[in-house]
Write a protein that binds this ligand. Structure first.
Ligand code: C5P
Length: 406
């Protein structure tokens, strides 16, 4: 049974050539058991007739504030409240611009402004319009309001004659909504609800003198993506983070700031006993300077200094040794070669329950990128779970899904 059964969907249709595909999308929703109310912009009626749409949805189509002959008032507020989701497909550059700026001069945009539940937007326009900075900016604005912008995948575009700007196929839009609501159900029923989750993230900074340091390129993006996702699932999340520009998006996430590996270890040892799950995402510097200078090291008249390095403690291994039954400890491994063997080795050595392996050899994976490609190794399971290249936010969801099964 589809997760969309019984859902109330407002299907907004605007005046683009792709409007003919809205009928197929509507049919998919109706077949899945959803109740659909179509709202059209006036120009959409030039592309597809309301009769077709009302026949398919079993409801009169709304496109004006008043019904012409009876003067009956259509309440956008009621529609907005009624909706479990609003889908605008196709969404023209004009409607996207109006939505981005709150120009409520038709029933569709007015309903959009009243909608409390998630809004899904499938842009459809010609290539140049899609590439125009104003369209890109408006789409970014919609994303920043939390709306979902659904576009064909890059790879898919290459295999079609038409390029960017083509509306995602009705099946793709339908699947997107199904996946969204499936995920929402999973999040609502998450075993992480009420659990305490500790995450380390970012680099550590090891001082050479008061102005110079040894560090690495970690941005903390993966750790904060995990933290946001765990918070969304109802967990009580603490991130122990080295210096990063990135911050968590979710204000419920508690952040404990540290600088060096030793400080990170201290903070983790304080937090770990009360944690149910700990995810070691930080890129901890392996070495620190044995005797950092208390004053700035001078260049003039000095030979280049020799830095004496000493090993930092392994935070994951320390927590692994202190782990109680029932606590779950997850590590990351970033390898350039022999990934799987090293990942399994780390699991043993550090007493981890799971290792997330990402390979620097993969384009788009690792530091600084917004995407990552991971394989997940679980204790006692030979075969890893292999995931494709995805945004770090989705990788975070995949990792937590696996943690939930442990
Ligand atoms: O041994 P390696 O540094 O490759 O292990 C990576 C994993 O161990 C990561 O989960 C990382 O956060 C953790 N780690 C740590 N403390 C260190 C080094 C690594 O917690 N000093």
């Amino acid at each position: 049974m589809s997760v969309l059964k019984g859902k109330h969907i407002v299907l907004g249709i605007t005046g683009g050539i792709a409007a003919y595909k809205s009928a197929s999308l509507l049919r998919l929703f109706v077949r899945a058991g959803a109740e659909v109310q179509v709202v059209m912009t006036p120009s959409a009626r030039e592309f597809i007739t309301p009769v077709t749409l009302s026949a398919l949805s079993g409801k009169p189509v709304v496109s004006e504030f008043f019904t012409a002959n009876t003067g009956e008032w259509h309440s956008h507020v009621d529609l907005g409240l009624w909706a479990d989701a609003m889908v605008i497909a196709p969404a023209t550059a004009c409607t996207i611009a109006k939505m981005a700026n709150g120009v409520a001069d038709n029933m569709l945009v007015t309903t959009y402004l009243s909608a409390r539940e998630p809004v899904f937007v499938a842009p459809a326009m010609d290539l140049d319009m899609m590439a125009h900075p104003s369209t890109l900016r408006n789409l970014d604005l919609l994303r920043s309001y939390g709306n979902h912008v659904i576009e064909p995948a890059e790879g898919e575009l290459a295999s079609h004659l038409v390029g960017k700007g083509r509306m995602e196929e009705p099946e793709g839009i339908f699947r997107y909504l199904e996946e969204y609501f499936e995920r929402r159900v999973a999040v609502e029923n998450s075993p992480l609800k009420g659990r305490k989750v500790l995450i380390t993230g970012g680099p550590t900074v090891e001082r050479i003198d008061p102005v110079r340091f040894i560090s690495n390129f970690s941005t903390g993006k993966m750790a904060f993506a995990m933290a946001d996702e765990a918070a969304r699932r109802g967990a009580e999340v603490t991130v122990v983070a080295g210096p990063t520009v990135a911050v968590p998006a979710d204000s419920r996430v508690r952040v404990v700031r540290v600088e060096s590996a030793l400080e990170m270890l201290d903070a983790c040892r304080r937090e770990f006993p009360a944690s149910d799950v700990a995810v070691m995402c930080a890129a901890v510097a392996d070495y620190r300077v044995a005797n950092p200078a208390s004053a700035k090291i001078k260049r003039e008249g000095h030979e280049p200094p020799h830095l004496e390095l000493v090993a930092n403690p392994d935070i994951a291994a320390t927590l692994g040794a202190e782990k109680r039954p029932g606590q779950i400890l997850v590590g990351f491994a970033l390898e350039t070669d022999n990934g799987p063997a090293n990942a399994m080795g780390k699991m043993e050595r550090k007493n981890l329950d799971m290792v997330v392996l990402n390979s620097l050899a993969d384009k788009g994976a690792g530091f600084s990128t917004d995407t990552n490609r991971v394989s997940i190794f679980r204790r006692g399971v030979v075969e890893p779970l292999v995931f494709p290249l995805k945004p770090k936010t989705e990788v975070a969801a995949d990792i937590l899904n696996v943690i939930e099964t442990l």
